[in-house]
Design a protein around this ligand. Sequence first.
Ligand code: 5AD
Length: 483
Amino acid sequence: MVSELTCLPIRFNFKTFLYRLAVNRVYIKTYGCQMNERDSEAVAVMLRNRGYSIVGSEHDADIVLLNTCSVRDQAEQKAIGKAGYLTNRKKKDPNFIVGIMGCMAQNQGSDLLDKLPDLDLIVGTQKFHRVPDHLDNIIQTLEGQGPQPAKLVDLEEEADSQNTIREHIEEDASVTSFVSIMQGCNMRCNFCIVPKTRGNERSRPIEHIVEEVEELVANGTREVTLLGQIVTSYGRNILPFKNKKSPFVQLIERVHEIEGLHRIRFTSPHPRGFKQDLIDAYAYLPKLSPYVHLPLQSGSDRMLKAMNRPYRVESYMKIVDGLRASAPDMAFSTDIIVGYPGETDEDFQETAQVFKQVGFNMGFIFKYSPRSGTVAAELEDDIPKEVKEARNHELLKVLEEQSMHSNQKLVGTTQEILVEGPARKGENMFMGRNPQFRKVIFPASERLVGELVQVKILESSVTTLKGELVLEGVEQNEPLLTV
Ligand code: 5AD
């Protein structure tokens, strides 16, 4: 009897086949921002297309890739700890593969090998698309079939790398998707390592982005978040202004035309680039959701200057007021750094004051962390740890109060909710968000996923709202749950 194997091409190697079956399960762990999430998703798709399978846990994986963050020391330490733990596993299982990708790979490069000599792969922020080739090479080497991989460390800049983050996972298309519109950052905030890890600004063409969103919508996406380090700089120096509209506003207008898309969000804009054309867009583009994450960093002009942030509190407040004039129900979140070198109690109190004045109900408060290679790293990190801690705590308390208060005000109102999917807890419970990005939990059914529904808010907590569907034409006493 002719065995099936003899029918296969001569170069087929049964041992390799079994080996590949055994080693191609990849787990990607992501640290840091949404850009990293999006990069990881794109790497996952590229690997799947190459025959690897993506698994949801490191325990089920033969290859673990850590997509890392460098923005604070703590983020790097976490990833290094994890990588150390993982490379230990190689002692028992020499075929286990561990790689580090993204910002920390870019920031530390081959120095990482001093701390983690057993790492297999270090891939920088412009080289995510090379991961499948690198893994193929490493596997071939482990199989004894190939030479030592030429590049274990791949960190070079690559022209057009901004155009490589485009593929999405189609099978489980989500209602809400991230779309990378640009890479890099040309700002030079004194505290920030991102220009070093992500390189200079490079934008994708409008047409490519529109095509990507169209495909996502065809697969069920109803909300996109346009991503970039500084989205307000999108297309600058490549695309001209049209009717006084910046390239970013032109992009939003084009995405807005896509039928079937319900909501558009973006992150992060920069106060310096947030001009009147973008403020006005909120008044005439109904899909543009009234929620803006606008990093303030400090409410003290003295500190803004020290940080090399090119705006002042007054101009920041003008944007906030302008946006509220365009969209009265606008919600804001922000990033704040406490304990930047030289920050006095007065500086901090000014920050707290602006924080209350804007009424942020979401936000991230960071304790300053010196990053080598930045301008601020040359300054003495003179604010004691306890002071940073106390300032952080004080702002978090204000944030909690403001968030609680703004959620309480919604009780009794009816909100338009985009249904994202089942809630983490509770049978028949679903999760969605209102236009201002507040999370709402309510009983519903699977068929409403991806739909805009009306939900009456019944309860609130600091982070979450609970409610019930308001179905048109249904009497109040009729059951609201239709399955
Ligand atoms: N220390 C603390 N926070 C930082 N951020 C950036 N660099 C640092 C640093 N060195 C914060 C900023 C930025 C956010 C992504 O991280 O607030 O907006």
